[in-house]
Structure formats: C-alpha cells, structure tokens
Ligand binder design. Sequence first.
Ligand code: GLV
Length: 322
Amino acid sequence: MMKKILVTYNMFREGFVEMETKYDVTFPEEGRDFTYDEVYEMIEEYDVLCSMFNFPVDKKLLDKGTRLQLVANYAVGYDNIDVAYALEKGMTVANTPDPVTAPTANLALGLMIDAARRITELDRKMRQYGNDLERGILVNLGVSITGKTLGIIGMGRIGKALAKRANACGMEVIYHNRRQLPLEEETRLDVTYVSKEELLATADFVSLNAPHTSDTYHIIGGKELQQMKSSAILINTARGPLVDEAALVKALQQGTIHAAGLDVFEFGDLPLPELLELDNVVLTPHIGTQTDEGRVNMAKAVNNNVIGFLEGDRPVSRVVRP
Ligand code: GLV
C-alpha cells in the first residue's frame, strides 16, 4: 500500500515534488495550516508526519498515531516534539540542520549590527520625527562591532557559521559549549573556549545559538545579566525560553546591559509588551530561516529525510536524543 504522509503546514511545494510523486501526501489547503485538533483527528491513517517547528507533537498525538513511523520536523530545533517519547515508541525523528545554518547566522549578525548601530531605532525615529529628528555628528551614536569580542553560547553549526562571519568583521570570538571543540577546529575557526562566567564577564556581544533543552532553559536570567558588561548586547536567534524575558526587560530598562536583538520570545510568538516600549531592543518575528531559498531548501531537506527513511537511498538527519 502507498505510504501516507501528513504535512501540518502550508509551504512552497517545489521542495516536495519528489515526495508527492512517490507517496500519498496530504497538505492543508492554500493559506492555512492544519490545527492540532485536525491533525489529531487524521493522524491514525498516516505513516509519516511532517511537522512545523511550532506545531506540538506531544504524547497524546504520538499515541494516536498508531501507524506513525517517522516525525520529520521542518526545523533544526525539535523542542516542539516529545522526542524522548517518540524514540521510546520506536519512531524516528528527523530535523533539517543544513539549510537553516547560513540564514540564521546571517540574521544573528544582522541583529548585532542593527542593535549596535541603532539602525531600526533610527529608521523608526526618522519616520516619526522627520525634520525634527535631532541630527549632528555627536548624536545618534552607535557602537562598533569591529575590534569587539563576541561570546557565542552554543557552538553547533549556527554558532560556527556566526563565528566565521564575526571574524570577517574583525571581531574576536570566544565561546561556551557543552563540549569544547577539538583544538584543530578551534584553530581553524579562530575561536577560544571559555567558561560561561568568563564569557559573560568579557563579551561585548553575547549570541545564543544553543537548542532549547532543560539544560539551556533560562541560560540567561537575572544573575547572568548582572554578570554581563553594562555595554553588552545580547542576541537571541535560538529559542525564546533560553532567556528569562522578564529579567531581560528589567536589565534593558535599568541599563544593566546596553541593548538586545531578539528573533524569538519566551512566551510564544509575541514579546512581553514592555519590550515594545524600549528603544534599545530590536525585535523580529522568528525570521531566522525566513527567506525564499531557505524555505525551499528546508522543504527539500524534509523531502529527503522522508524518502531516505522510507527507501534507505539517502542519509536521514536523525535526532538521536531529546
Ligand atoms: C527554526 O527556528 C529552526 O529551528 O529551524
């Protein structure tokens, strides 16, 4: 019998052409995604679930999916999936690391430059005040990234891609990670391993590039913000819960740190409302991978994971632990 694949989200279809010719694939209609309840009603009939990074694949859904063999997530992150439970049930979970690396690292660099040079803030003020905006050679000053130290927390693919970009901009790069990289790799990337405490105390920019796990939840909270320089800029393109957002609001209001650039938020899609009132924070709505090419490449990676799993003819990017 032809394998049945359920895709929870609406996406450019060009990435899924091969999968659609081989299997019986169900997409939501144009302009909408399937809701959790809809997927719950349908899941029993499907062999493969392709889930979006904000779609909860929980125990209840996994139990209902009695035919389910593979959950292929459209993301590098998989904190939306109860991976431990899926693995325990003998299912495979897959993700899409390669295509997200460059777009996310590019956005992190963009947020660093934006927060440092106040690009979005001054754009907003030019529109708001027009000719009344104060101008002059000593106003609207920003800070430089060149010659500064970037501290990267989480030295996986995205952290490494950001390190290369930062080096090209004349920054020194230090990092903290669960495991130190091999010396040859550190030398090649021109990065130095330090403790989290040293990173927080010395970095001018701190970028979060770690997955969301129980170990990284609130990796930046009130205590860590106090340990950072008052001139420091915090960048988060990873997952919102890595930062205690209420503590960050206070730190930005009180000048404990200088500024922040955030693509992700602790409590879902929206930032805490206090952040919208602050000039020293740049906010984007989770667009780390949101480019035309990025989206199609991620769809191709999901397509390859599904076909590789069902036919064994190509590598599958398997998630091996929660
Ligand atoms: C996006 O957030 C991803 O995890 O790929």
